[in-house]
Design a protein around this ligand. Structure first.
Ligand SMILES: Cc1cc2nc3c(=O)[nH]c(=O)nc-3n(C[C@H](O)[C@H](O)[C@H](O)COP(=O)(O)OP(=O)(O)OC[C@H]3O[C@@H](n4cnc5c(N)ncnc54)[C@H](O)[C@@H]3O)c2cc1C
Length: 387
């Protein structure tokens, strides 16, 4: 590799926030809305021109279950609010048994899940964020951090105005790829076993049809089935090659009229934080004293996972917390990356960021966990198994 030296330059501080959220996917939306609803100044820094991330721009049109498959609702708060919003256009219905007054006995047979129309969900997400009081900065890519000691004081961003800095008290890394963690020199873990995948709609017999296209993937993340090339998604070459492989797959397998194709790569698990707790599949049913939310397992009925604050909080950077698919989740990653779990960790991270600012505390690690749990419960978020 050859190098050149970039000249040091003075850049303007364009804005100041209590909670700066990098990434406007489901996790970032929940984080920013939760922070703003708790009274702090929050913003979303998003490199695309829309909210929703994989859920909308990636055409991932299924809001996986917010129940445990045994008749108990596990995800409430913003996780449920976003599910309801996703079908507020009437595209599909919430299963009748899960509606108020619905037949409770049927809830163990029918999971609380919906299929949604990505463009209308995308349109509905902006008012949710703006009404919470949070700001949105589109076409803005996070590209670095400035620290004082170990804490982040500014996020370096680039957009049409050039390069500038956002002053911030706390940061939520909801980039999906742990971009802030990597820039802040947190320890991270990457999987290079992503496969060619991407969902899209086509016009079949004059009807929009969803094509769920993916090479098969290994939920343990250890291998690439069929000995094919795996993609990490955290370097330019891999991202480009995964996108090209997915497009080749669409061309080869679909011979009808494409209505839309994903605008962003269908990468499941790229890079994540290595936190003090790395959530494992065997943590099913484990009660964490510092739990900030729960999720069920979309793949089977029964398992319930508590998600501890130590799986979200950065280790070396006191004012940095993660949310969504880049939290510290090891063998449980295929569970915590689902949309409902991303909403749960987003709401937890945003609420924790608000508490950090309001309490004048300096680190997520030293937050009063009982106070945080009380705030979350007030937001109707179950944090432990007393459902
Ligand atoms: C093929 C596929 C199928 C799936 N199927 C389902 C399913 O059926 N149901 C389900 O519930 N889940 C499914 N998932 C998982 C789920 O969609 C995602 O894990 C979840 O939506 C991730 O949300 P997130 O907010 O953590 O991240 P993302 O949706 O990835 O959002 C991250 C956001 O951050 C932005 N960003 C990234 N880097 C930067 C930067 N440097 N600066 C500024 N902005 C940045 C991105 O543009 C993006 O908007 C699927 C995933 C894939 C890939």
């Amino acid at each position: 590799m050859r190098y050149i030296r970039e000249l040091e330059r003075k850049i303007p501080v364009c804005a100041e926030y209590d909670a700066a959220v990098v990434g406007g996917g489901i996790a970032g939306i929940a984080a920013a809305a939760a922070a703003a609803r708790n009274g702090v100044k929050a913003c979303i820094i998003e490199k695309q021109f829309a909210l929703g991330g994989l859920a909308t721009l990636g055409n991932v049109a299924i809001y996986l279950p917010i129940c445990d498959g045994c008749g108990n609702q596990i995800v409430k708060g913003l996780g449920e609010e976003l599910l309801r919003l996703s079908v507020s256009d009437g595209y599909s219905k919430i299963p009748a048994c899960w509606e108020k007054g619905g037949n409770g006995r049927n809830r163990s047979r029918k999971r609380f899940t919906v299929t949604f129309n990505p463009p209308s969900f995308m349109l509905a997400l902006e008012p949710l964020v703006l009404d919470s009081g949070a700001d949105i900065m589109y076409d803005t890519r996070f590209c670095g951090v400035k620290k004082r000691g170990s804490a982040i004081t500014h996020l370096i961003i680039e957009n049409k105005d050039g390069r500038s800095a956002v002053a911030c008290k706390t940061v939520v890394d909801a980039s999906g790829d742990a971009d802030v963690c990597a820039a802040a020199e947190e320890e991270t873990v990457s999987l290079n076993t992503n496969v060619a995948s991407g969902w899209f709609f086509s016009l079949d017999n004059k009807k929009p049809t969803l094509h769920v296209m993916s090479e098969s993937y290994d939920p343990s993340g250890k291998t690439v089935p069929g000995g094919k090339r795996g993609f990490s998604g955290v370097n330019a070459k891999d991202v480009t090659e995964q996108v090209l492989a997915a497009r080749r797959m669409f061309r080869e397998r679909v011979h009808t009229l494409p209505l839309n194709i994903p605008a962003i790569p269908g990468l499941r698990m790229t890079r994540r934080l290595k936190g003090l707790t790395e959530l494992q599949e065997k943590d099913e049913g484990r009660i964490f004293r510092n739990s900030v939310g729960m999720t069920g397992d979309w793949r089977k009925a029964g398992p319930v996972y508590c998600i501890p604050l130590t799986a979200l909080a950065a280790v070396r950077t006191p004012n940095l917390v993660t949310a969504g698919r880049c939290i510290s989740s090891d063998s449980a990653w295929d569970i915590t990356r689902a949309i409902p779990a991303c909403a749960v960790t987003g709401e937890a991270a945003g609420t924790a960021a608000a508490l950090l600012c309001l309490s004048g505390n300096k680190s997520f690690a030293s937050l009063d966990i009982k106070l945080l749990q009380a705030m979350l419960k007030k937001q109707n978020v179950p944090v432990d198994k007393k459902l």
